[in-house]
Write a protein that binds this ligand. Structure first.
Ligand code: PBG
Length: 340
């Protein structure tokens, strides 16, 4: 094993040689600390109304907007592959959007019909649904705007979110996921669910959700960008400042106090420190959302031949797990489940 051509004088007198662990494929496998399992992955899916063919999302290669029947088919396949949960996002007809997101409160809206269809066909698949008004508002914000149109009202929005969450639970959603970052929404939603008898409906709180540039492709997918007329919709008065670590943690812990069952950090890759701190600060399961822009970045670089697609994809997910995420929402879920 010693290199016969290396003169003895160059030998270092080392007690510790960490490379011993990495010498053989077998020892590398034996000493691996982190694993990615299918059970860790939550697949985000987009649904559109009508009996239409699958529509690609331009900035998210491989991601499709599906009609309800195509969506149900995809859910069956994911379930067969061993994926345990999906997160559902509606892309509604722009004509149904208004200032106050009225459509969100209609019991037969696209999102709720989709949930019922999934639960009818694949009841064991866990359905996570976003609680926020942005797919339904003409301005693309997650809540109700004040008169001047420059600030999202907190308490008035929370009232709408509670109504949304109860409708979702009624439709069969297993986990409601408030993604709006209003103050007090987790506690209010918990109470609303309990009062309506939905004591077993869980809450996955988007707890540390940053005002990130990485949501761009998603906003194309649900049409909240075109509704707002800008890709860079400014949500800084409610989503977290990317510069702030302590504030993120304080906000996440509030969600735990208010009754969240899972805490989520979002985006994932650029916020691995926040994932680790959240993991260390709570006993609850921690989820991380590898968002649309993180997915688009890997695809774009791979298309240019600048990154190896599969290796960078797998490394990005492994890093999120290593940082401490128990669950990962990722657009790569299906293709990874096909391999692990
Ligand atoms: C909206 C919501 C967003 C995402 C999930 N829920 C976007 C936003 O806050 O504007 C982003 C997901 C992604 O980028 O993949 N409540």
């Amino acid at each position: 094993m010693n290199d016969p051509y290396s003169p003895e004088d160059f030998k270092l007198d080392l007690t510790r040689r960490p490379r011993r662990l990495r010498r053989h494929a077998a020892t590398l496998a034996m000493t691996q600390e982190t694993w990615l399992r299918k059970e860790d992955l939550i697949a985000p899916l987009f649904v559109v109304d009508g009996d239409v063919p699958k529509e690609p999302v331009e900035s998210m290669p491989g991601v499709l907007r599906r009609s309800i029947s195509e969506l149900v088919q995809e859910c069956r396949e994911l379930d067969a592959l061993g994926i345990r949960a999906i997160a559902l996002f509606p892309s509604i007809d722009p004509a149904l959007k208004d200032e106050v997101g009225s459509e969100a409160g209609k019991p037969d809206n696209l999102a709720l019909r989709a949930v019922k269809a999934i639960k009818e066909s694949v009841p064991e698949l866990i359905v996570v649904a976003d609680v926020a008004l942005d797919p339904f508002t003409s301005h693309g914000h997650d809540g109700l705007l004040n008169q001047a149109g420059d600030y999202v009202l907190n308490d008035e929005t929370v009232e709408r979110l509670c109504q949304m969450a109860v409708l979702q639970a009624e439709a069969g959603v297993d986990i409601v996921a408030p993604s709006d970052m209003m103050d007090g929404r987790v506690g209010a939603i918990r109470r609303a669910l309990d009062e309506s008898g939905y004591i077993d409906t869980s809450i996955m709180a988007y707890s540390a959700k940053f005002a990130s540039a990485y949501y761009g492709p998603f906003r194309e997918a649900v049409g909240s960008a075109s509704a707002a007329g800008t890709k860079l919709l400014d949500k800084k008065t409610y989503q977290l400042n990317p510069a702030n670590r302590r504030e993120a943690l304080a906000d996440a812990l509030l969600d735990e106090e208010e009754g969240a069952d899972y805490l989520m950090v979002k985006p994932a890759g650029p916020y691995l420190d926040i994932i680790r701190e959240t993991r260390d600060a709570t006993a609850l399961p921690v989820a991380a959302y590898q968002v649309s822009g993180e997915y688009a970045q890997i695809h774009a670089a791979a298309q240019l031949g600048w990154l190896d697609y599969e290796k960078s994809r797998d490394e990005s997910l492994m890093s999120i797990k290593r940082a401490g995420a128990d669950l990962i929402l990722t657009y790569f879920a299906r293709e990874v489940a096909e391999r692990v």
